[in-house]
Design a protein around this ligand. Structure first.
Ligand SMILES: [Zn+2]
Length: 117
């Protein structure tokens, strides 16, 4: 897709030249220069494959990595991946639940101990 320079500038400035997703600084001159520092592309928030349009409202700047990684997710769906509490390592959530259960158990024990005579 070839964009008018005007469109590119509008999209780029939309986030002050940062990837909409990982917020990495993008390099204006490295538009579509895969492998270059700050390389970026115009991302369709709603992918064209899902009926997304070329209207400005659907266009966002994204680094090439995010744009490729996003695949057919919508912008908000993909962005959510970056907003979840610090992408905990696999199993991190389970440990948190276990810690919570252990705490409740201790509390229960403490409360249900027979009163001292
Ligand atoms: Zn990015």
């Amino acid at each position: 897709m070839q964009w008018e320079e005007e469109t590119l500038a509008w999209v780029y400035n939309r986030t002050d030249g940062c990837c909409r997703y990982c917020e990495k600084k993008l390099s204006w001159i490295n538009y579509a220069s895969d492998g270059a520092r700050g390389a970026w592309e115009v991302d369709h928030s709603v992918p064209v494959a899902l009926g997304g349009t070329d209207y400005l409202s659907n266009l966002w700047p994204a680094c090439i990595y995010c744009n490729r990684d996003k695949g057919t997710m919508t912008g908000p769906q993909y962005k959510r991946l970056f907003e979840e509490p610090r992408r905990s390592p696999p199993g991190g959530g389970v440990l948190q639940v276990l810690a919570g259960v252990a705490l409740l158990y201790l509390l229960y024990r403490a409360l249900s101990q027979p009163k001292q005579q």
